[in-house]
Design a protein around this ligand. Structure first.
Ligand SMILES: [Zn+2]
Ligand SMILES: [Zn+2]
Length: 152
């Protein structure tokens, strides 16, 4: 095995461990604080829009347009948190760093859907899920939580 392959394997092992930590943190800290834990279909338009914002935030770590706590380092994988109501902020999974994301508040104060930007006070629900090392959260209206073509 070459040195590069060994380094890549070590990094992948770190990513796996961080992803497992992210799932554990999600179960311990996110799920008890959020209303709905059932997965939203990945084909949901709202979820696709939220994912696009998430990808932009990750890209912003490279360009400096996304704020983060000092523990976020893409070369040293660890659980990281992104929520749609703070789209330009990524924090690590330390509870004190997650405070900056208002995870407990879930952003429902404004009753605006993160998927479609509609004011939807009666159907807005906080949803959360993991993607690799990331814990993700968003407030989605009923329409944005369902698959395209489904009756909401
Ligand atoms: Zn941190
Ligand atoms: Zn929506």
């Amino acid at each position: 095995m070459t040195r590069t392959a060994t380094a890549s394997t070590a990094l992948l092992d770190q990513v796996d461990a961080a992803a497992a930590d992210a799932r554990r943190l999600w179960a311990e800290h996110f799920v008890p604080q959020l209303d709905q834990t059932s997965p939203v279909p990945s084909t949901s338009l709202g979820l696709q829009r939220v994912h696009a914002a998430f990808i932009a935030a990750v890209g912003g770590l490279r360009t400096g347009t996304t704020r983060c706590c000092p523990h976020v380092d893409l070369s040293a994988p660890r659980p990281m948190v992104w929520v749609a109501w703070r789209p330009r902020v990524i924090q690590c999974g330390h509870p004190e760093c997650m405070l900056a994301l208002d995870v407990a508040a879930t952003g429902q104060d404004d009753y605006v859907c993160d998927g479609c930007s509609r004011y939807a006070p009666s159907t807005l629900t906080a949803v959360s899920w993991t993607s690799g090392v990331f814990l993700l959260g968003a407030d989605l209206c009923r329409r944005c939580r369902t698959t395209p073509g489904a009756v909401a």
